[in-house]
Design a binder for this molecule. Structure first.
Ligand code: SF4
Length: 369
């Protein structure tokens, strides 16, 4: 019997050309040159960093498969890393080693990310290997390759879920943020192709909210659900990469979030909604949908810089506190052990007086509104 993993996934000539096209774009100038690499990964505090608090075992792996992408999303948190590392290929051998190592350590779920992970020339066989190692497979994608029906037909059987990036209910809003005309059409086509292969597929949507699309969020949620999304992740602009560089232009005021989130939550029918990177106290009746309550610890494997070299290594996160901070109001909040607060950049730039700490002080603050 043929080993499904060792058999090379079939890359048809048309797919190969697309991959090559993006490989060639590695030197394109759309990502600012000279961007500083991400900070050096911290040294591990223990020899077994995959064993966390109370003996918990790390179950989720996020693996950055590529450092290039067809889109130029204005808020891209990976922009600096793509600039710094796009010359460094994530080879099949490297991926196979990572998957085997983490499977042996107890990882049960792998999420492929990038860049655009479907542009990895062996993306399908990477998914096959993960499956063979007993992992559930997931991809975060803007649909670049899945927009091709033949590619979707070959890839979807090896995926348990996909999180599609969709940033508006129409091409005008979405493509303004991705900065590529045709992006909306591509993503929605990829979604339809995926469901054509498997009508019961775990189709998820991630939408990033910025000042430019926040008013359209309720419509975006309704549209995503109409496409078949079972889960919709609403991600606040993260002050990282391009999102850091343009935070003054993109960061949504807390008052605006507090105004829009309840309207947005109300537009979901059966789809599950999660609010990511937002203070829990601004979510109103939807505070239980805060992703801080539903987040899974994860090891993120990516390129990082060490003195004199670049290494592909894992960063272990046991809480969703990346770029978040608790401000003075949080100190008297009853939920300050589960809510990670506001983005640090927001607190550095703006007043956070809209926060409403849970507990007695909150009641007093709201009574005074
Ligand atoms: S006051 Fe701070 S800790 Fe409490 S819910 Fe708001 S942001 Fe979170």
């Amino acid at each position: 019997m043929t080993d499904p993993v060792r058999e090379r996934a079939i890359i048809v000539p048309e797919d190969a050309r697309v991959v090559e096209e993006f490989e060639l774009k590695r030197t394109a100038g759309h990502i600012p040159r000279g961007s500083a690499p991400m900070p050096v990964a911290p040294e591990y505090a223990t020899e077994t960093p995959w064993i966390g608090p109370n003996g918990a075992v790390m179950r989720r792996l996020e693996l950055h498969l590529t450092y290039h992408c067809a889109e130029r999303c204005v808020f891209c948190s990976e922009e600096h890393r793509m600039e710094a590392y796009h010359e460094f290929q994530v080879t099949w051998g490297r991926v196979a080693t990572i998957l085997r190592t983490h499977a042996a350590r107890g990882v049960q779920n792998v999420h492929f990310t990038g860049g655009e992970p479907t542009l990895h020339p062996q993306f399908i066989e990477v998914c096959m290997l993960a499956r063979k190692l007993g992992m559930r497979t997931s991809v975060g994608t803007i649909g670049t390759m899945l927009a091709r029906p033949d590619y979707a037909a070959r890839a979807v059987p090896y995926l348990d879920e996909a999180l599609f990036s969709l940033h508006g209910p129409n091409a005008e809003i979405n493509d303004r943020l991705t900065r590529r005309q045709g992006s909306f059409e591509q993503t929605t086509t990829a979604i339809r192709n995926t469901l054509a292969v498997n009508p019961n597929f775990n189709l998820y949507v991630n939408t990033v909210v910025t000042k430019h699309n926040v008013d359209a969020l309720p419509d975006t949620i309704a549209f995503a659900e109409s496409l078949g999304a079972k889960l919709i992740v609403v991600s606040n602009t993260t002050p990282e990469g391009g999102g850091f560089d343009k935070y003054r232009e993109l960061g949504v005021p807390l008052a605006k979030l507090a105004e829009v989130v309840p309207k947005a939550g109300a537009r979901a029918n059966k789809a599950i909604v999660r609010f990511f990177g937002m203070p829990m106290c601004l979510l109103g009746p939807y505070d239980v949908l805060s992703n801080d309550l539903h987040w899974d610890p994860r090891v993120t494997v990516e390129w990082s810089s060490k003195p004199g070299k670049v290494v592909f290594e894992g960063l272990y996160n046991w809480t969703p506190d990346r770029k978040r901070k608790r401000v003075d109001a949080c100190e008297r909040c009853a939920r300050n052990t589960v809510c990670m607060g506001v983005y640090d950049r927001y607190a550095d730039l703006y007043d956070t007086g809209e926060l409403r700490p849970y507990g007695e002080p909150m009641a007093a603050a709201q009574a005074g509104d």
